[in-house]
Design a protein. Sequence first.
Lengths: 188, 188
Amino acid sequence: MPDQGHATGAEAKPGERAGAGLLFLREEEIRLAQDLLFFAYRDFTGAADPILEELGLGRAHHRALHFIGRNPAISVSELLGILRITKQSLARVLGALVERGMVAPVAGRTDRRQRLLSLTEAGAALEARLFARQRERLAAAYREAGGTAVEGFRRVMRAIMDEAARAYLDGQTRAAGRRWRGGGPEDR
Amino acid sequence: MPDQGHATGAEAKPGERAGAGLLFLREEEIRLAQDLLFFAYRDFTGAADPILEELGLGRAHHRALHFIGRNPAISVSELLGILRITKQSLARVLGALVERGMVAPVAGRTDRRQRLLSLTEAGAALEARLFARQRERLAAAYREAGGTAVEGFRRVMRAIMDEAARAYLDGQTRAAGRRWRGGGPEDR
DNA sequence: GCGCTTACGGCAGCTTCGTTGACATATCGG
DNA sequence: CCGATATGTCAACGAAGCTGCCGTAAGCGC
């Protein structure tokens, strides 16, 4: 009953032994990647859970915190676009963060309909704690795997995601470059 | 408010310009990885959603299907260990899959308390459809990134996860080897 | 300046999928 | 035979998604 039979690999010549082997490895390769994504994501996100639980927050809050921290003065709709959740789902999460003084909304200067979100000091402090946990894990993984592997990791991960996500990352990278070269927080 | 300030990077010499730059890039490197994991996982798992929705199933069902398909005759407790969810959460999902004739439980031979789970033909067919979607995305990513990158990807992903998950993957790989070399389904 | 559109908030209600705790049953193993 | 184990089940709850609808303030085009 194992999947050997229905070789999902396009053209399968059942007779040829080497060919069958290659096809099998190709399928196995992809299935392995499914496993990798599942476990790595599970354990990476789980690394921050103890801190969150201690504060009565969830992963949704962490994600919001992360992307607000990474994009100071982000608008609500931009954040919605990144998280790909609905307004109501975000409202709950954001409400909790604002109430606890982790996130501070400020009316936009050029467009006063916008509520531009940034982390407060308390929010940044919490985010830093959460970050530290994930950082440990990731830094250890990077050390263990080596620089070349990291570069490959980035290339594959980037290639897996949507075009929109890649565009976002490009923007991130450019913004980081500007920050690095000594710019202040660019306001909108 | 950008994170430049609280350089989390171990030893920081605030004066030295190049050092600060390197430290910054190091932090940025980790934060980028957070983004990568979020987006890649989001879009990879999302790829199968349309099919699931069409059948009134969710991602939880997909995960169960995947790991049962990959481990024919898996016991309930083993599956629980992989998914890291509670018995009741799994019971619901599993109940739906058994009811729809996707999963067939068989009492264990050596230990008759166990209900060993396998996919039925219908279950395997559905899993194959779901797999095909994710496969497209992943195969494209692999082509785009290249073989060296894929190797690095695997190394990093593996290093991110728990020891237990790595051990599981090692078992998988050995089992795949046995299947590849022509073994039948190993029964327990 | 009128009117359409946009950005955002809020209410009501639903679904999926995770949780805990308690308890029942069959089976294994010593 | 008895304790540990594998599993199922009921009840209740909670987190975090979702839809649909309506309201308000502000921007913007004509």
